[in-house]
Design a protein around this ligand. Structure first.
Ligand SMILES: [Zn+2]
Ligand SMILES: [Zn+2]
Ligand SMILES: [Zn+2]
Length: 386
């Protein structure tokens, strides 16, 4: 391993440190998630991905046709599409699709044996179905998490050969619901969401057998799980069309062909934008052991990417990193990262329960505690989607 987890102090806990030098652009490490789940609306809107690893199940051409609502569209260089539809398989009981029998078997042995429910006329009555529907009603796109990762966590513990070990692995993730020092509680556990949380809790209790997980099914245990996914959940995005675009732009083409390709891609993105807006990717949330130890900085030196077009995470260096340096990523999206210190820390406090002390925040420590009008408007529209 070229990195290590070290404890820093009582406030920051642990962090990820480089054991060798990394050049900007290089891959620091790669890891598969402990558990991953597609977002609820993303699946409902027909974004076709492997239920286990989120690999696209459409060809790039099918993907482009659906997102642009142009069923006649033809992609040049179809051989650059990496979707292999011949390996796609599905669960014969519930119909869920996987990219391969490997994913199907892994999912079944890890959690799906517990969570599979047959597609019958009374599917609407199944508490797992209701849990997903309730979450969707409470949480409109843009999505940042899904409650459906929680049954996967619990079923993973129940199906494990050694359930205590499996549970300990999940409790390694930060799962505090309140930061006592700073007196911040996770925003999902605030007054605004009391009714929602209790509705979701009741449905989860109905959905899961309590064997070995009863302490997670109490109100307090459920809050722990909400805080765990809220503070550690990492967004995952995969896309057949963006993989095709990347590959097609890497080709050696004549100047004329390059111009033609550029124009084709510009027009395609215009069409996809007008039909699907910014929702182009298969999206979900996942928990990663190493990445979850990576602290936030408003001046990150690394970022999470999905170079394999599935849920395998690659942490890539954004700047040159020297041995001994702490490796940090940004927990905030591009847009929020550009906002004032006050706004950034409001977001970090509500979602991740800490106040940032990165060099940029230190430098801006004496800036006034204000949000711009635009930010206040956004705040009013705030709901569980943030
Ligand atoms: Zn898969
Ligand atoms: Zn099934
Ligand atoms: Zn900062």
């Amino acid at each position: 391993m070229d990195i290590e987890i070290q404890s820093i102090d009582n406030i920051k806990g642990k962090g990820l440190f480089a054991k060798k030098d990394f050049h900007a652009g290089s891959v620091i490490f790669e890891e598969d998630p402990v558990v991953c789940c597609q977002f609820s609306w993303n699946a409902a809107y027909g974004y076709k991905a492997c239920d286990h690893c989120l690999r696209p199940l459409e060809t790039a051409e099918e993907n482009a046709r659906r997102l642009s609502a142009k069923p006649e569209l033809h992609l040049p260089y179809p051989n650059l599409c990496h979707t292999d539809k011949s390996t796609i398989t599905y669960c014969s009981l519930c119909g869920i699709h996987y990219c391969s029998t490997k994913c199907q078997t892994t999912a079944y042995n890890q959690y799906h044996r517990t969570l599979c429910f047959e597609r019958k006329s009374d599917i609407d009555d199944h508490p797992l179905y209701q849990l997903n529907e309730m979450w969707k009603q409470m949480h409109y796109p843009p999505e940042t998490s899904t409650i459906m990762i929680i049954p996967r966590i619990l079923a993973t513990i129940q199906q494990a050969v050694n359930p205590e070990e499996a549970q300990a692995q999940f409790l390694e993730f930060c799962h505090r619901t309140v930061n006592e020092d700073s007196k911040i509680a996770h925003k999902f556990l605030g007054e605004k969401f009391v009714d929602q949380i209790s509705t979701l809790h009741n449905l989860l209790v109905k959905a899961m057998k309590p064997d070995g997980i009863s302490h997670f099914l109490t109100q307090e245990g459920f809050q722990t799980l909400i805080a765990l996914i809220g503070t550690n959940g990492q967004g995952v995005g995969t896309s057949a069309i963006s993989e095709w675009v990347t590959k097609s732009l890497q080709q050696q083409l004549s100047p004329e062909e390059t111009v033609k390709l550029d124009q084709f891609i510009d027009k395609l993105y215009e069409d996809m934008d007008s039909h699907s807006g910014s929702f182009l990717n298969n999206e979900g949330v996942a928990l990663y052991c190493l990445q979850s130890a990576c602290n936030h900085s408003c001046m990150p030196n690394a970022e999470a990417t999905y170079l394999h077009n599935n849920s395998k995470l690659s942490l890539v260096a954004l700047t040159d990193i020297s041995a001994g340096d702490e490796i940090c990523m940004s927990y905030l999206d591009e847009c929020t990262l550009q906002r004032s210190r006050y706004s950034r820390n409001k977001e970090l406090g509500e979602n991740y329960l800490f106040t940032c002390t990165c060099p940029k925040c230190e430098l801006q420590a004496h800036d006034p505690n204000v949000t711009s009008d635009e930010e206040e408007e956004d705040d009013e529209m705030d709901d569980m989607s943030e």
